[in-house]
Design a binder for this molecule. Structure first.
Ligand code: URP
Ligand code: ZN
Ligand code: ZN
Ligand code: ZN
Length: 455
């Protein structure tokens, strides 16, 4: 006997209807009005929305960034995700030792992720290109990892020729290239200049990575992948300049996808001028407020297809100690895995910027489709995994770090008022969060083998 959800306002990327849902053995087995089935447990969802569970395709749990290790590991990060209505994460693995091969890093991450409380997958990380790495890609895709990340800055940035070789290989193998796009020389140029002028406070982190630094890199990657016919996914899009390049490419029919994150939609660059400005150091940086409306427009018009978090948490205490006097020494990244669904519901749906279907598309269905998990994930269909979130559209909350479960001493979203919150999370048919309490087990999450890229 299974779990019966009665009187649910079901919302998917395409539909909205009232029905009951019956779940057996972790999957949805019946959907219909007034289902008359014997259930082990029945939950009445009158007045609530039932949606596919959130899918966050950009986290960094337990990541070693060389100068620090993130505050959240796969247990605390996935627990916070579950509280926030997310039922699957796809983690961007960190770099391994110099010369590291792909499977070494994948094995290492399988071990790190075994405590996850929700389902998970990984993006392959490419830190150099040679025949061995290219030779491993087909096997990785067979192992269920069809997406690979290349960085254009940081320690293991890939050169243009490496991006060409990588994207050519991925295009032939059913892979998807995801890219952190920032022009490394522009960053170096401004860092040198600001250091010489003794301008090292947090605002200069933002000034050293201007919007054109991101836009140039996005444009370059669009041209590179156009030549190799490789699908391209831009992570953490933060600014209008980059968005304009993406719009042009999509309008011409190129397979380009873009993800943005809540921080770029609700925070503004001025925060770096505050006394605690170091908290907000992340790359690309938080932009001037004018970019927010442009990003929302990009979402509304379909040029931005997903919203993820780039959750990469470091304690404020640590960021302060390392980076307050010199932004160049601060570990980059923000927490956000727990607050994504509520911020986007509140700022998007409750404020009338997007409708309910668009919300589901952005936070669940599109991530599932682009990253080879649909309709197992991201759907409410017979046969789909019973990964679901219940949202109370009337519930109001003020975000505060004290009430979050992320293992970090601050949230960049402190004080934001939320209208509409996840109140129950169901993963593989099991209620894992209810009454603001996690009731699942550590390590219950499963590795999800993803399918090759299909446009
Ligand atoms: O500052 C950020 N975003 N840190 C996490 C790593 C990355 O660039 O995605
Ligand atoms: Zn290695
Ligand atoms: Zn990045
Ligand atoms: Zn990231």
């Amino acid at each position: 006997m299974g779990l019966l959800l009665k009187n649910a306002n079901i919302v998917t990327d395409k539909d909205k209807f009232l029905a009951d849902v019956y779940i057996e053995n972790g999957v949805i087995s019946k959907i219909g009005e007034n289902l008359n089935v014997k259930a082990e447990r029945t939950i009445d969802l009158t007045g609530k929305y039932l949606m596919p569970g959130g899918i966050d395709v950009h986290t960094h749990f337990d990541i070693d960034v060389g100068i620090a290790r993130s505050a959240d590991n796969f247990y605390t990060g996935s627990l916070a995700a579950a509280y926030g209505g997310t039922t699957t994460i796809v983690d961007h693995m960190g770099f391994g030792p110099k010369g590291c091969n792909l499977h070494h890093q994948l094995d290492y991450y399988h071990n790190l992720a075994k405590d996850s409380v929700i389902d998970y997958s990984f993006h392959g990380v490419i830190q150099h290109i040679d025949q061995n790495i290219l030779g491993e890609i087909d096997q990785m895709i067979e192992d269920g990892i069809p997406s690979f990340k290349g960085y254009m800055t940081y320690g293991y940035k890939l050169s243009d020729i490496e991006m060409l070789k990588l994207s050519e290989k991925l295009s032939k193998s059913g892979g998807l290239l995801t890219v952190h796009p920032e022009n490394n020389d522009i960053i170096d140029f401004f860092r040198e200049k600001f250091a010489a002028e003794n301008k090292l406070s947090p605002i200069y982190h933002a000034k050293s990575r201007p919007d054109k630094c991101e836009g140039e890199a996005v444009n370059r990657m669009i041209d590179i992948t156009n030549m190799t016919n490789c699908p391209l996914y831009i992570v953490h899009l933060s600014c209008n300049d980059a968005l304009e390049h993406i719009k042009k490419a999509i309008d011409k029919g190129q397979k380009v996808y873009a993800e943005t994150c809540p921080q770029y939609l609700v925070l503004d660059e001025d925060l770096y001028n505050r006394k605690d400005g170091v908290k907000y150091i992340c790359s690309p940086p938080i932009r001037e407020k004018s970019h927010q409306d442009k990003l929302w427009e990009g979402i509304q018009n379909g040029y931005i297809q997903t919203i993820a978090t780039d959750h990469c948490s470091f304690n404020y205490e640590l960021k302060k100690e390392m980076g307050e006097k010199d932004f160049r020494n601060c570990p980059n990244g923000l927490p956000g895995v727990e607050t994504r669904m509520s911020i986007i519901f509140s700022e998007g749906v409750s404020k009338g910027r997007i409708n309910l279907n668009k919300f589901v598309e952005l936070v669940s269905t599109n991530p599932a489709k682009i990253f080879g998990m649909y309709p197992k994930k991201g759907a409410i269909q017979i046969g789909s995994d019973a990964d679901l979130v219940v949202i109370d559209p009337k519930l109001k909350k003020i975000i505060t770090a004290k009430e979050l479960h992320e293992n970090v001493d601050y949230t960049p979203f402190e004080g934001i008022e939320i209208v509409g919150c996840p109140v129950m999370t169901i993963s593989q048919g099991e209620v894992i969060v209810e009454n603001n309490k996690f009731v699942g087990e550590k390590g219950r999450g499963k590795f999800i083998k993803r399918n090759p890229f299909k446009s």
